[in-house]
Design a protein around this ligand. Sequence first.
Ligand SMILES: [Zn+2]
Length: 93
Amino acid sequence: MRCLKAKYVTIRKEQMCFGCMRKFPSKTSMYCLTNITDAGFHTFYMCDICLEEVETWPEWTDEGIFEGDVINNMPELFIEAEDKPEQGCTNEE
Ligand SMILES: [Zn+2]
């Protein structure tokens, strides 16, 4: 997908970051991004870490990214931010 614009907002209810799939509570500042797909406009949220990261990816503006791409590609970015991973099972070899 393609990103049209990013806006820094204070979220009013819990949101999941598109890049790392972490949940953020209400009143957190996150980036609100709008993009256009075949189905129309789509809005999603991203945390500072993810947005900073994806802006360095050439494919971000070109092909876009998929949910969880940031944490899948750069898990080390989140090790310090989150000491207790919520996901109980890891199937990765
Ligand atoms: Zn994130």
